[in-house]
Design a protein around this ligand. Structure first.
Ligand code: ADP
Ligand code: ASP
Ligand code: MG
Length: 407
């Protein structure tokens, strides 16, 4: 008998019919003799709907109250899934994140898990129940309700799997696994049967939202066997695994895209030590995460610094830069939210010269201008115009030989 954690995303529990289908799969897993813990997301796009409601009544959206509101979505799903299970004769009980013992810090809307105390989940399993847990939420050390950031139900599932010592954590979603590109952007993308943790982290960090980055990091750190599968076809899916040294690595495994960031340029700053430090300290103090950074070659002792931030942080980043503009003697601050990032990811890139050249040639052949570049040992990212991101993904997918063979 195994302990299985199953997470169902928004589309998977999007309507009553989907909820009944999910309940049937849980019932089958239980009937096969497994203990089952289920983690659910809010139905469909309900979290977005709740955010719109918050916007409609409040310009300030106090983070504590926003979290209280957002956790409502997952509560609806957990109760409905438990009811559907009851109708199938499966004993089930639902639990909020707080009841499941998910203790977080106090950083509302993007709280981090500090401790797992899933006693009530263990008790439910001991009496033969399926435990259905609301994803994406916890309770802070100040006893307030928190959320874990968008896509956070993946983290709930992996954290529970780690704390309970589960045999597998199954992430059920609306695609059949992790693909060589977002299948909505590149119709010729292929499902990968396995992908290494290193690659999955790069994919998740650069726009492949199929798994939230923090869930991948958590799974690796705690050795949680992780698989992404479809709740529509129940096919085997994609395993996230440690790199196997006996296997030949693909040079490029996946192409990702991300249009969630914007660019800020602080222009005409003196090219001397301390300027960048002052700028990025100010941003850090405002809690703004900076992603790519480019400093242009100076001329006449002056230079430009450009960086990207989440679009949701753009207003705050601009304000911060304007606030210290005079202090760092900058000439101007400009922003651009019509950018996108395309990345190529592959563990075999480390030992293959020519990958960068092929990426740049392919973009150039397709008339796509590169505005910023960043790399890791297994990833190359380019910032391009947002309206060319889809084209960039598709031409790179073809150039790196990833297109599925058309039947
Ligand atoms: P869920 O609600 O189940 O958590 P998400 O919308 O968060 O689902 O993630 C699934 C989506 O991720 C897919 O519908 C797909 O469009 C997108 N996606 C982006 N990149 C990839 C990729 N490389 N492989 C698979 N899906 C991807
Ligand atoms: N419902 C939350 C969101 O939409 C959490 C999740 O689905 O993982 O971000
Ligand atoms: Mg998700």
């Amino acid at each position: 008998m195994a302990l299985v954690v199953q997470k169902y995303g928004g589309t998977s529990v999007g309507d009553p019919e989907r909820i009944r289908a999910v309940a049937e799969h849980i019932a089958r897993t239980r009937a096969a003799g497994n203990d089952v813990v289920v983690v659910v997301s809010a139905m469909g796009k309900f979290t977005d709907e709740l955010l719109r409601m918050a916007d409609a009544v409040s310009a300030t959206r106090p983070p504590r109250e926003l979290d209280m509101l957002l956790t409502a979505g997952e509560r609806i799903s957990m109760a409905l899934v438990s009811m559907a299970l009851a109708d199938l004769g499966v004993e089930a009980a639902s639990f909020t994140g707080s009841q499941a013992g998910i203790i977080t810090d106090t950083d509302h809307t993007r709280a981090k898990i500090l401790e797992m105390r899933p006693e009530r989940i263990r008790e439910a399993l001991e009496v033969g129940q399926v435990a259905v847990v609301a994803g994406f939420q916890g309770v802070s050390t100040e006893r307030d309700i928190t959320t874990l950031g968008r896509g956070g139900s993946d983290v709930t599932a992996v954290a529970l799997a780690a704390a309970l010592g589960a045999d597998v954590c199954e992430i059920y979603t609306d695609v059949t696994g992790v693909f060589s590109a977002d299948p909505r952007v590149a119709p010729r993308a292929r499902r990968l049967s396995r992908v290494s943790f290193d690659e999955m982290m790069e994919i998740a960090a650069t726009g492949g939202r199929v798994l939230m980055l923090r869930s991948v990091e958590f799974a690796r750190r705690h050795g949680v066997p992780l698989v992404v599968r479809s709740s529509f076809t129940w096919e085997p899916g994609t395993w996230i695994v440690e790199e196997d040294p006996t296997m030949e690595e693909a040079v490029v495994s996946a192409i990702t895209d991300d249009t969630s960031e914007a660019k800020v340029t602080v222009g005409g700053v003196p090219d001397r030590p301390g300027v960048a430090a002052r700028l990025f300290r100010a941003l850090a103090e405002a809690g703004i995460n900076v992603d790519m950074i480019v400093q242009n070659t100076g001329a006449n002792g002056m230079t430009d610094i450009s960086f990207t931030v989440a679009k949701t942080d753009l207003g705050a980043a601009r304000e911060k830069c304007l606030a210290i503009k005079d202090e760092i003697n900058a000439a101007q601050v400009s922003t651009d939210d019509a950018i996108g990032r395309v990345s190529i990811v592959g563990a075999g890139m480390k030992s293959s010269p020519g990958v960068t050249a092929l990426m740049f040639e392919t973009l150039s052949d397709n008339g796509i201008n590169i505005e910023m570049i960043s790399t890791s040992s297994i990833r190359i990212s380019c910032v391009v115009r947002a309206d060319r991101v889809g084209d960039a993904v598709r031409c790179l997918h073809t150039a790196f030989g990833l297109d599925a063979v058309q039947s």
